[in-house]
Write a protein that binds this ligand. Structure first.
Ligand SMILES: NC(=O)c1ccc[n+]([C@@H]2O[C@H](COP(=O)([O-])OP(=O)(O)OC[C@H]3O[C@@H](n4cnc5c(N)ncnc54)[C@H](OP(=O)(O)O)[C@@H]3O)[C@@H](O)[C@H]2O)c1
Length: 288
């Protein structure tokens, strides 16, 4: 549900639609510490100073490192700051992303997040489906979701979301629990979730696209560059503006280690795309 165009409901809060994704604050490959921990702390503090009230994380980033940096930078947390995390995966010995979906895995992950973030309750926990690490794949999420619901009943988790899921898994999840958000791979050039976004919008559920700027392979397109020149913005700003324009339930969480990029990303709230620019950008996928 939205009360103002720049905010949307995420669990108990109306958060700003431009948040911050903390994953890449860990070291290369999302493993170990960053080269410049002080810079990572500074980016997080600046984000919150600039009004960011939604930070996305997971205890498997590092592992533990990203959450420890968030805690160092921001604890005790400002009222109204929503930290959304995720469970359902672990890192293998060489950094692979592996499923971890037994009840014991889910409980361990919740406690890892609580300890490393310094919290007594997690505001939003996404269950990350891992039938395929590469994207949504068929399979029931009932068992891990039931385990997460049990932790919610015990007061350790306030709200539940889903990640890396297909529409059928969202339906399954909604039959079992109140789902407040869905976090899937989506951006200008990766648009498999167009129908799902519209369906979630009808139901008042937030959609949080991960890799909004292309993740490890940043978006590149001459159309994006041309629109950016026309509106006097950077291509990455246009990519974010397009996501915000896509649907009112879209909450973006661009990640950056740079305060300058953070400020650019937050400035997108003042950027309006014309219908012609949106049509040109919409055409990118159709044209491949
Ligand atoms: N649920 C899941 O399975 C899942 C998977 C992946 C990610 N996520 C979440 O999604 C969040 C966002 O994903 P992401 O950070 O991997 O990818 P992203 O936001 O698509 O892109 C991050 C990349 O874009 C660059 N960047 C950011 N702002 C920029 C700007 N204004 N101009 C130019 N470059 C810019 C960053 O480099 P600089 O550092 O140099 O700015 C970084 O390399 C993550 O932090 C994580 O919380 C969730």
């Amino acid at each position: 549900m939205t009360d103002r165009a720049d905010r949307y409901t995420l669990g108990s809060h109306h958060v700003r639609r431009i948040g911050y994704g903390a994953m890449q604050l860990a070291g290369p490959g999302v493993l170990g510490p960053p080269a410049d921990r002080r810079a990572a702390v500074a980016v997080l503090r600046d984000a919150v100073e600039q009004g960011v009230d939604h930070i996305d994380t997971s205890d498997i980033y590092g592992p533990h490192v990203t959450n420890e940096i968030i805690r160092e930078a921001l604890h005790p947390y400002r009222d109204g700051l929503v930290i959304a995390t995720k469970v359902g995966a672990v890192r293998g010995p060489s950094g692979s992303w592996e499923p971890a979906t037994t009840a014991a895995d889910i409980e361990r992950a919740v406690h890892d997040n609580l300890r490393n973030l310094g919290l007594e309750v997690l505001d939003v926990v996404n269950l990350r489906a891992m039938f395929s690490a590469m994207g949504p794949a068929e399979g029931s999420i009932e068992a891990p979701l039931t385990a997460l619901l049990d932790l919610q009943r015990r007061g350790l988790v306030r709200h539940i979301g889903l990640s890396n899921v297909a529409a059928a898994q969202v339906d399954e999840g909604r039959r079992l629990a109140e789902i407040v958000c869905v976090q899937n791979h989506y951006n200008l050039s990766h648009r498999s979730d167009d129908a799902l976004i519209d369906e979630l919008a009808r139901r008042g559920i937030a959609f949080v696209p991960f890799f909004p700027l292309g993740g490890f392979t940043p978006l590149q397109s001459s159309t994006l560059d041309a629109v950016a020149r026309r509106v006097g913005a950077t291509p990455m700003q246009v990519a974010l503006a397009w996501l915000l324009r896509r649907s009112p339930n879209v909450l973006v969480i661009p990640g950056t280690r740079s305060t300058a990029h953070l400020r650019e990303n937050l400035a997108v709230s003042a950027l309006t795309l014309s219908d012609g620019d949106v049509a040109a950008l919409d055409g990118l996928v159709a044209r491949g």
